[in-house]
Each structure stands twice: as C-alpha cells, then as structure tokens.
Design a protein around this ligand. Structure first.
Ligand code: GLN
Length: 482
C-alpha cells in the first residue's frame, strides 16, 4: 500500500492519499486549485467509461480560495481535510445539489439543506467533486440496481465495483477524488471497498449523524468513509463523527466501556470461517499466518446465532425500507404521475418511480409487518438480533476483533447475480455489524488472479461498540503486511 511518510513518491496530486495531499498542501508543493484540477480532470476523463459519478460539480471558486487562504494562514492548525476534494454518495444531501439516491423517484429532488456530515466537512474546508452512483436507495451489492446505469470496477471493467456505494468506491480506487463518503446498511461501504482494493469503515451505530442521509433501514444505516488507507479512514471518521441534536440516535463519546488498543491483538476466528484457516496458499490463511508470526494470537470463537443473521437482516431491513419509502408517493414527495383517479396517481407514481429491486423490498417489508405475519417474521427477527448482540458481546470478552473475509469472492461480472437471493448472499459476512450496531472495517488483503487480471480482496474486522481505534489498529497491522 501507499506509504504516506515518503514525499519522494512521484504522484499526480489526485493519486495521493488524504494524508499525503494534506502534507503536500501545507508544504506548498501543490495548491488547492492544482489538487482540485487534478481530481476534476481525472474524473472528467474517466467517468464516461466508469460511471462512478452521476454528476460532476463545477468548481466552487470561493471554497477553493477560502481553503487556500486557510492553509496559508493557519498552516499546521488547518484541518487535515482543508482543500481536499471528496466524492459523496448520491443519498447524502448537499444543499443546492440533486440527491436522487440513484432513483427515478428522486431524479429531480434538490437538497434544501446540508446533511450533518456535509456541514462538518464544509467547516473543515473540504471540497466536493460530485455525487456518486449507487444501487437505488442503497439496495444492492453491485450498483446494478441504479436507475442511471451501472458503475464499472476500475480493476476490470467487465466486473461490478460492489455496492451499494459502488460509485464512491470506484471514484476512490481510480483516483477520481482523494476520498469518499458512502452509507452502509448491511455492507454497502465495506463490500465495494473490498471489490475495488480500498478501505471502508462502517462506524458504530450512532457515532455519525444520519441527519440528511436518505434513509434505507433506519436502525441499520450509518455513513462512513471509503479511503485509500486506514489512516485516511480515521481522519475522515474523526471529522464526521459526534452527537447531533438533529439525530436522536447519535451517541455521546464513551457511552460504551472504553477499549484500550493492545499492542498485540487477540483475533477471534468464528466457527463458520474456520475451514479457511488451514487451506494452503489462500489469502485468508496466508494473512492469518502472517499475523501469528507478528505475535498476534488467534482465538476460536463459536458464533452460533450468526447463521440466522442474513435471514434476520432480510426481514428487518425490508420492513424499515417499506416504512421509510412510504412517503415517496407522488403526492407528498417524489416523482408524481397523474392518472384518472387519485389511487391511480399513487400506483403510477410508485410503479414508474421505483425500480424492480426497490419494489420487491417494499412488498417484502409490507408483508413481514402485516398483522398476520408480524409475530412470525418481524418480531422473530428482532429477537434474533438481540441474541446476536449478546453472543458478540460475549465473544468480545475474549477477543479484541473478530476477523472474516469481507466477501465470498472477488468482484463478480455484470449480470452474474441476476437471481436476487444469490445477490443477498453476498452480504453474509457484513450484515451482523449492522444488526448489532458494532463498527467494522474492510482493508485490502492482496489480490488474486482471475482471467489474467489481479483483483483485490478484503479482510473484515468487527470490534465492540465505539472501539473504532481497535479497528484502525487491526487495519494498520494488515496494511503493514502487504
Ligand atoms: N447489500 C445489502 C443490501 O442489499 C446492503 C446494502 C447497504 O448496506 N446499503 O441490502
């Protein structure tokens, strides 16, 4: 991976990490405008092919000038994000810009206020290159469910970038920005990070305000960073986190017991990936051997409830989707079609406005919440959720992090997961962190070769609530091995 401490790397500005770009700005090796121009030019050149961005924003001259003045005057005291061009997922509101959640339903919706995270980024002096493509309303694992075309994986354009934050992942991996924000309801930051060879963090539930993020599953959603390095993820996370009066689910610092970051980690290997440990020459087993050589310890942990996590997720999530999207009816909000009778307006607006995957989940969610089935499905899934959390809390008495691969395979080809259930299976390692509210990170773990191309894969760590620092330690330890 990149080594931010060297200033000898002969990089184009857009290829720098966030740390490198901040340092170069302060050292006057580049100007804010040069950094913006490099990112904007790369984005303009490659976006027709990759479709990472749904829209590239015009330069905000005032913001560029203000960032430069701030760096010149405040120098080291200027925020690290000052003058840094970022890409923002299309479900996070930026005042005055369209935020469509990659849906026809919101194709023309222009945000009237900034999301809490955007406010914080603006205060830090960050710049916005554009809004990135995604699965419609963040439902999917490939960005194929966008109403505005698929995003390509820059490592092999016949493959998906993952999803739902596929646009943000491709924008970072192809250096069309310095870093990006995504949202993660069941893996949508971490899985695309793994597929594109970058770092993705899903923060503790409540660590980052969801105010101004278009809701998918409100008890699962979190905004988080997609970055080139673990150190960059930390910088972005530290900037956007914090309690917010506009989101009553945000949590104060130290709500949970503080974890100290140990020098050597106790790494929990769950029973369901144990068979991977001794496979020869596999990325997962190779990493494990390297960790052991480095002095970290492995601990077998039984996580029996985990087998029910995916099923519970695909009940709780659609239930919340169906309620969150109810307001988009062509009367109160969203695409408005007019039929003969008022009921036709409603049916037409939602049929034209929503794509097939969104409609499928609304139907599923309405079903599991209906009076005849709520006990059998929704309440059962909530019970599974409590049991899962108890089981993970117990496991964390013995380990610092729990480690699995991020995804089942490398980035798959377009159309390969046409059957919705096979797409849902993609989320098997990531949904538990959302169901339990625990933070989790995906970090590159080398590449494997497919059809003559080197494709990235990711390793996934989960830590107890508010133990992001432990995740950063595990992530940095992994980076040091590649
Ligand atoms: N792939 C998962 C889904 O389709 C997760 C989506 C997300 O995290 N937004 O629901």
């Amino acid at each position: 991976m990149t080594n931010p401490s060297t200033n000898t790397r002969d990089l184009r500005p857009n290829e720098m990490t966030l740390e490198e770009a901040s340092r170069a700005l302060r050292a006057r090796e580049i100007t804010v405008r040069e950094l913006w121009d490099a990112c904007a030019a790369a984005a303009q050149a490659r976006n027709p092919e990759l479709n990472a961005y749904l829209e590239l924003f015009a330069i905000d001259e005032r913001a560029v000038d203000a960032a430069q003045i701030r760096i010149d005057t405040e120098k080291e005291a200027a925020p690290l994000l000052c003058g840094i061009p970022l890409a923002i997922k299309d479900n996070i509101l930026i005042e005055g810009h369209i935020a469509s959640a990659a849906s026809k339903m919101l194709e023309k919706y222009r945000a009237t206020y900034d999301a809490a995270v955007i406010k914080k980024l603006k205060e830090a002096g960050a710049l916005f290159v554009g809004r990135t493509n995604m699965d419609e309303f963040a439902m999917g694992s490939s960005t194929e469910h966008s109403a505005f075309g698929t995003t390509k994986n820059p490592h092999d354009t016949s493959r998906v970038p993952g999803g739902s934050s596929g646009g943000s992942a491709t924008a970072v991996a192809a250096h069309l920005c310095i870093a990006a924000l995504g949202t993660d309801t069941g893996g949508s930051i971490r899985q695309p990070a793994a597929f594109t060879g970058i770092v993705g963090l899903k923060p503790t539930y409540g660590a980052v305000s969801r105010s101004g993020a278009i809701a998918m599953g409100s008890s699962l959603d979190q905004i988080g960073p997609l970055t080139k390095t673990v150190a960059d993820a930390r910088i972005l996370y530290e900037t956007i986190r914090g309690i917010d009066a506009m989101d009553s689910t945000t949590i104060p610092d130290n709500l949970y017991p503080q974890k100290t970051v140990p020098e050597k980690l106790r790494i929990g290997i769950p029973d369901f990936v144990k068979h991977l440990v001794n496979l020869p020459d596999q990325p997962f087993s190779t990493l494990i051997r390297r960790f052991v050589t480095d002095g970290h310890t492995l601990v077998d942990i039984p996580l029996r409830m985990n087998q029910h996590a995916l099923a519970a997720y695909y009940i709780v999530m659609p239930a919340e989707v169906s309620t969150n999207l109810a307001r988009l009816d062509g009367m109160r909000y969203g695409h408005a079609a007019r039929g003969e009778k008022p009921l036709d307006d409603y049916i037409l607006s939602r049929t034209e406005g929503f794509g097939p995957e969104t409609r499928r989940r609304i139907l599923l969610g309405t079903f599991v919440l209906s009076s005849g089935y709520i006990d059998a499905y929704y309440h059962k899934a909530q019970a599974v959720r409590s049991l899962l959390r108890a089981e993970y809390d117990k496991a964390f008495e013995k380990v610092d992090v729990i480690m699995t691969p991020t995804a089942l395979s490398v980035a798959f080809k377009f159309g390969e997961k046409g059957d919705p259930l096979s797409m849902y299976l993609e989320d098997i390692f990531t949904v538990t962190a959302n169901l339990t509210g625990m933070p989790a990170i995906s970090v590159p773990m080398g590449t494997v070769e497919r059809e003559g191309r080197k494709l990235p894969i990711g390793i996934h760590f989960t830590a107890p609530h508010q133990a992001e620092d432990v995740l950063f330690a595990a992530g940095s330890a992994t980076e040091a091995l590649y």
